[in-house]
Design a protein around this ligand. Structure first.
Ligand SMILES: [Zn+2]
Length: 228
C-alpha cells in the first residue's frame, strides 16, 4: 500500500462527498413526493435540470457539510489502507458515493430511496461478479437469505424495519457475499451492535423515536469489507 494510493483515495472520497449534502437535501422528502425544487430552509429555487443537482455544499450553511466531507475522506482512506492496490478497491471507493448519500438521506428523513440503492447495486455487483466469478453463488445465496430474513422481520408489527432497509441489507449481503461468508456474517452482526446501544440509550433517556437503520447497515458493510 503506497502513500500516494491512500492520498488519492482520501482526495476522491472527500471531494465526491462535497457534492452529496445538496443531493441529499433534494432527495430527503416524504415517500411519494418529488425531489425538492427549492431549499427547505431559505426557499431559494434550485436551477432546473441536471445542473441543479451538481453543487458543492448545502444551499444554506450546514454543520453536516464539513462532517460529510470528513466522512467521505475517512471512509475512502480506510478502504485504501485495508484493501491496498487491488482490483476491488475502485469498486468499493465508487460505492462510498451512493453509500454516503443513502446514510445522509436516511438520517434526515428515515428513507432509503430505491434509485440510490439501485445505483449502489449497479456500481458494485456487476464488477464484483466479473472479478470473482467463483463467488457468484455465495453472493446470491447470501442475498437471498438476508432478503428472506429481513422481509419476515419487517412484516412483524412494530419491527421498525422498513422495506428500504430490507432492500439495502440485501444489496449489501450480495456485495459481501463476494468477499465470503465471514464478511456476510460481520455485515449482519455489526449493524445491530451499532444501533442496539443507541436504541437502548434513547429508550433510557425517554426520547423514543424511530432510529434510521441504513447508516448502521452501511457501517457494518464497511467493517466487513475492511476486516474480511
Ligand atoms: Zn437555502
Amino acid at each position: 500500500m503506497s502513500l500516494l494510493l491512500v492520498i488519492s483515495a482520501a482526495a476522491f472520497g472527500g471531494s465526491a462527498a462535497a457534492y452529496l449534502p445538496h443531493v441529499a437535501h433534494r432527495l430527503a422528502v416524504p415517500f411519494g413526493e418529488p425531489p425538492r425544487s427549492a431549499c427547505a430552509s431559505c426557499g431559494r429555487r434550485f436551477v432546473p435540470g441536471p445542473g441543479g443537482w451538481v453543487r458543492v455544499g448545502a444551499c444554506c450553511a450546514s454543520r453536516a457539510y464539513g462532517l460529510t466531507v470528513v466522512a467521505g475522506a475517512a471512509v475512502s482512506t480506510l478502504l485504501a489502507v485495508a484493501l491496498g492496490p487491488c482490483a476491488l478497491l475502485p469498486v468499493h471507493l465508487l460505492a462510498v458515493v451512493p453509500g454516503l448519500l443513502l446514510a445522509l438521506i436516511d438520517l434526515r428523513c428515515l428513507r432509503l430511496p430505491d434509485r440510490v440503492v439501485a445505483v449502489l447495486a449497479v456500481v458494485t455487483v456487476p464488477p464484483s461478479a466479473l472479478l470473482a466469478p467463483d463467488r457468484i453463488g455465495t453472493a446470491l445465496v447470501a442475498g437471498g437469505l438476508v432478503l428472506t430474513a429481513y422481509l419476515v422481520i419487517a412484516l412483524l408489527p412494530g419491527a421498525g424495519l422498513g422495506l428500504g432497509d430490507v432492500k439495502l441489507a440485501t444489496v449489501l449481503a450480495v456485495i459481501l457475499g463476494f468477499a465470503g461468508w465471514p464478511a456476510v456474517i460481520t455485515g449482519l452482526v455489526v449493524p445491530h451492535l451499532i444501533n442496539g446501544p443507541i436504541a437502548l440509550a434513547l429508550l433510557l433517556a425517554r426520547r423514543g423515536r424511530p432510529l434510521p437503520f441504513g447508516p448502521a447497515l452501511l457501517a457494518g458493510a464497511l467493517v466487513a469489507v475492511t476486516t474480511a
